[in-house]
Design a protein around this ligand. Structure first.
Ligand SMILES: [Zn+2]
Length: 281
């Protein structure tokens, strides 16, 4: 039942990159059993595993890289891959970042669902831990607790008009595609203006982000809790960098990409140590 899975066929996405505004193209190719999720940066012909050790930057998006070549804004695509249950795939990238699509993971998740997955007759790799582990960064807190499946409970508390929001999200494909994948990237109007004048968010528009003015969102919300749902989407994408299916509950208060990357790097080290202790390797 818990065999590894890959995509049934090649899936291609193209569009604008949120930060650079340049054209970006992604191709998902089926991956052989045991290969995991891997990136190939076509312009430099560099291939590396989608693991937390390859995170090079987390300020505005999760950026992965190797040997000086980088790919930005991987978290929504990674979220769709883990959320939809893809264990193995080769992710070919043309351009400096993954296309932003509508600011959510909906297009990625729907294309994966439409193409379908195939089982690979090899047991899925899972990430388990023996004891709860807690990570902190300023006001942000992240507790990772052993469990049979992946579940995220997230609390945010942003400046008005967003405010405090909470969600308890059991991460499985049916739930993910319906309740999490369509939640969009968000920001405040004053931040968007500041980013633009700093030459950032060049590809940003009301078509690919949820923007809040002081009195409310500039476009209709998909849910009243769309912001915290997007935070879950981002967390799932960052936890995809564990390189295995998470069997844990994650309780987050106000965490972001930086704390997620630190946590996933530490959890990968912990897992390697536990594995060695168990098998005497
Ligand atoms: Zn995001």
């Amino acid at each position: 039942m818990n065999d590894q899975r890959t995509v049934r066929d090649v899936i291609e996405f193209s569009g604008v990159g949120l930060h650079t505004g340049s054209d970006a193209r992604v191709r998902l190719r089926p991956g052989v059993a045991g290969s995991g999720l891997r990136f190939r940066l076509l312009e430099r012909n560099i291939t590396f595993p989608a693991h937390a050790e390859y995170v090079v930057e987390t300020r505005r998006a999760t950026v992965l890289g190797s040997a000086g070549a980088t790919v930005s804004t991987v978290e929504h695509l990674m979220s769709a891959l883990l959320g939809m249950g893809v264990d193995n795939a080769l992710i070919e990238i043309e351009g400096p970042e993954v296309p932003v699509m509508d600011g959510s993971a909906a297009a990625f998740a729907e294309a994966i669902a439409k193409t379908g997955l195939i089982g690979q007759h090899a047991p899925a790799r899972t990430f388990t831990l023996e004891h709860p582990v807690v990570f902190r960064d300023g006001e942000a807190l992240l507790a990772v607790v052993p469990a049979d499946s992946f579940r995220v409970r997230f609390t945010v508390d942003y400046a008005p008009p967003v405010g405090a929001q909470f969600i308890d999200a059991p991460i499985a494909p049916d739930y993910f595609i319906r309740e999490i994948a369509p939640a969009r990237t968000f920001g405040y109007l004053h931040e968007v203006e500041a980013l633009r004048s700093a030459g950032l968010a060049r590809g940003g528009s009301l078509d690919n982000a949820l923007v809040f003015a002081p009195d409310g969102p500039l476009t209709p919300l998909r849910w009243p809790s769309e912001v915290v749902r997007h935070k879950v989407l981002d967390l799932v994408g960052d936890f995809a960098l564990l390189g295995a299916r998470p069997c844990c509950e994650v309780v987050s208060v106000k965490s972001g990409h930086r704390l997620h990357a630190q946590a996933v790097q530490a959890l990968r080290r912990l897992h390697a140590t536990q594995h060695k202790a168990l098998h005497g390797a």
